[in-house]
Design a protein around this ligand. Structure first.
Ligand code: C2E
Ligand code: MG
Ligand code: MG
Ligand code: MG
Length: 277
């Protein structure tokens, strides 16, 4: 009897595992097809100066236009894409499309500021990455003055020495760098000082609760003062209310990104938004 029960439990367990594994394999197969068919679409979220609401830049955010299920957010496929290495090709398509589109806006005479592109560290470890970046910039005819790359603090801290080495090569070709989701990655101040970076992006979890939670408020203030004392730019992510924006300005952070200003928008909608006046 115990044996039967054991077997049933075991079988239940394997069925469950099989289903998960099956889901993963399906998703992986679909991601491979999505890469071949270029099903990814770049959305852009404007970033603003809180004092005058002027756009200072835009972050490129990938969406997957799935033929059956429609628009899939990055949280649903980036983790698997990173596990399987498929993120490398996805990020390259995003980089090509984002730079081309951004240069189109610049050519239209629009004030779009600096384009921010998210990079996976896996991407950075590819040996031909720098060559790819140079070629993509050349093809898009965009100036590095208009470019910034973002890497998350967590990914940088997984291998800080390698990160410094790779980020320095990007700096050397004139690209500015930001540390994304700052405050969540447990980096030490001594490392931040050694990173060849230009900007800290305060993680949205702190910003969103800054007015209701004392710890988040203090952390937000602390990150702003770290940025100021290390001579780094600082931007707050996830700004959803006027009160949050006012709190930020009062504490020395003038750049913001969040639903209070703009949601991530598709190219057509954003172009209309930028050209209306
Ligand atoms: P992230 O780089 O930290 O991007 C900010 C995320 O916060 C975006 O989510 C954006 O839509 C969301 N957001 C912005 N303002 C607000 C707000 O006021 N309220 C709320 N609730 N959310 C806000 P999204 O587009 O779902 O992207 C999630 C993450 O996926 C990104 O976080 C980034 O780490 C990753 N990601 C997105 N695009 C790419 C890409 O092309 N390549 C790579 N490697 N990662 C990407
Ligand atoms: Mg980002
Ligand atoms: Mg972030
Ligand atoms: Mg994030």
């Amino acid at each position: 009897k115990a044996k039967d029960r054991g077997r049933n439990t075991y079988q239940f367990y394997t069925n469950d595992m099989t289903e998960k594994a099956y889901e993963r394999i399906t998703l992986e197969t679909q991601l491979r097809e999505a890469i071949v068919n270029r099903e990814f679409e770049v959305y852009f979220q404007p970033q603003v100066n809180i004092n005058d609401n002027k756009i200072i830049g835009m972050e490129a955010l990938v969406r997957w236009n799935h033929p059956q299920t429609g628009l899939v957010p990055p949280g649903k496929f980036i983790p698997l894409a990173e596990d399987t290495g498929l993120i490398v090709e996805i990020d390259r398509q995003v980089m090509q499309d984002a730079m081309k589109q951004f240069q189109k806006w610049i050519d239209l005479g629009l004030d779009v500021g600096v384009l921010s592109i998210n990079l996976s560290m896996i991407q950075l470890n590819h040996e031909d990455f720098i060559e790819f970046v140079k070629t993509t910039i050349k093809n898009a005819k965009i100036s590095t003055d208009n470019l910034m790359f973002e890497v998350t603090e967590t990914q940088v801290m997984k291998n800080p020495k390698q990160a410094i080495f790779m980020l320095q090569q990007l700096k050397d070709i004139g690209i500015r760098l930001a540390i994304d989701d700052f405050g969540t990655g447990h980096s030490s101040l001594s490392y931040i000082k050694r990173l060849p970076i230009d900007k800290l992006k305060i993680d949205q979890s702190f910003v969103m609760d800054a007015l209701v939670d004392k710890d988040d408020r203090e952390l937000t203030r602390a990150i702003i003062s770290i940025a100021n004392s290390l001579n780094l730019e600082v931007i707050a992510e996830g700004v959803e209310t006027k009160e949050q924006a006012e709190f930020l300005v009062k504490n020395g952070c003038v750049e913001a990104q969040g639903y209070f200003y703009y949601k991530p928008l598709d190219v057509l909608t954003l172009t209309k938004e930028l050209t209306k006046s």
